[in-house]
Write a protein that binds this ligand. Structure first.
Ligand code: SF4
Length: 412
């Protein structure tokens, strides 16, 4: 797993800024067109590399926004240009990435990673719910600066058809900022699908419908969690009285606005007992759902504090999970199972399984090393610990993997 930040020797950074890392070859071939939107040479930081291919003296004359060295030669240490040098972890920042630098810190954040499956526009640390298993507990801060950073970031990312996430916290708390970001994404990278994670509560305000219709973005999916088929259980999980009614109203408003909807369920002791009833509820009340995501819990943040309330061995809910997944699948809804180790899965669920844990936060434990499924399996979150580990974790043989990938479901 690759970190998203590392320390550099940072010199001559006047103000917080995003920079696109570019090699000399790419600079010659594409210039600022390497970026999807409006960018100029000042938005680029030149990858100075190592070895004889790079003639540092000539490169240092180029009018770019900065220079990134693996090792800084003494003659450039006081040159007056923005310099990043000697990264603590040289793997973290690579050509094509967009990085955030600031005069206040020597930590450089990667805010866009070229080719990654998990690029995200992070909107805010704030949230209007307090879910028991929240992996990133909300903070009461005014962090609207994320809006401008994301607008700039959209200009600097690579063009191309990968998916971009929009997440928080709760992104709809900054309504105007979120709408501006979607509009800018539609103008800059219309080829990229947007996946917005929201609890949907504020979308219960019907005035969103006209705003969303006006956006006219070609490819947005809203991922909205619904943790029960009834208000009491859902509100307990999200720790917010009234949330179920608001989320349901939000879902209907999204439908009225012509938006594509993914319903998300996090599997925990509080949610698995009524999974079959929940699946019925989703089908009967939200038949316009485009995708249903059934997800294992991430054992970090508030989930650690609420371990006793949340933990159930996935081996103990496979029957309910299979019942819900097949019920929805047979009725034409697209179903995915995320964030579970493949070896705990009931075999007929194999075809719903996705290798889902973001590349920068997954890991494989010692048991996995001899497993045939390592390429196909999501493994574990980097926060994994043994008390969150199923008793059924075991290396799969090639035959078992084949069965998982091809097991048919027979309708009784
Ligand atoms: S043992 Fe295999 S299937 Fe189980 S978690 Fe490890 S890699 Fe995945």
């Amino acid at each position: 797993m690759l970190r998203r930040d590392t320390q550099f020797d940072v010199r001559y950074v006047a103000a917080p800024k995003l920079l696109k890392v570019i090699t000399p070859e790419e600079l010659i071939e594409k210039g600022a067109r390497v970026c999807a939107g409006q960018a100029d040479f000042d938005d680029l930081i030149l990858w100075m590399g190592t070895g004889n291919n790079y003639h540092h003296e000539q490169l240092m004359t180029l009018p770019v926004g900065g220079f990134l060295f693996q090792e800084l030669a003494p003659q450039y240490s006081a040159c007056g240009a923005t310099i990043l040098a000697s990264p603590r972890d040289p793997e973290v920042v690579q050509p094509g990435d967009v990085i955030a630098v600031s005069p206040d810190t020597n930590v450089v954040r990667v805010v866009y990673r070229r080719g990654a499956n998990s690029n995200l526009l992070f909107m805010t640390d704030r949230c209007n719910s307090l879910c028991l298993m929240c992996s990133q507990p909300p903070k009461e801060v005014d962090d609207r600066w994320h809006i401008d950073e994301n607008l700039s970031l959209l200009d600097l990312i690579d063009p191309g058809s990968e998916q971009l996430g929009i997440s928080g916290g709760e992104p709809t708390l900054y309504r105007d900022g979120l709408l501006a970001i979607i509009r800018h994404a539609a103008a800059t990278v219309p080829e990229k699908a947007l996946h917005i994670l929201s609890n949907g509560r504020l979308l219960s305000d019907a005035s969103w419908i006209a705003d969303l219709k006006r956006l006219n973005h070609p490819n947005i999916t809203w991922g909205i969690p619904l943790y029960a088929d009834n208000a009491k259980d859902h509100d307990e999980v999200v720790n917010a009285p009234g949330a179920f009614a608001e989320t349901m109203a939000g879902l209907y408003n999204l439908q009225r606005a012509g938006q594509r909807i993914e319903i998300r369920m996090v599997l925990s002791k509080l949610t698995v007992a009524r999974l079959p009833e929940w699946a019925h509820y989703v089908f009967r009340n939200l038949p316009f759902t485009h995708h249903v995501a059934l997800m294992g819990i991430e054992n970090t943040g508030l989930a650690k504090k609420n371990y006793a309330a949340l933990w159930i061995d996935p081996a103990d809910y496979q029957i309910q999970l299979a019942s819900a997944a097949h019920f929805l699948d047979i009725r034409g809804l697209t179903v995915s199972v995320y964030n579970l180790p493949l070896c705990v899965l009931e075999p007929t669920l194999g075809r719903f399984y996705r290798q889902s844990i973001s590349d920068w936060k997954n890991l494989f434990i010692d048991t996995c090393q001899s497993c045939s499924a390592k390429q196909a399996c999501a493994g574990f979150f980097k926060s994994h610990s043994t008390r969150w580990q199923s008793r059924n974790i075991h290396p799969l043989s090639p035959k078992e993997l084949e069965t998982l990938q091809g097991a048919p479901y027979e309708v009784a």
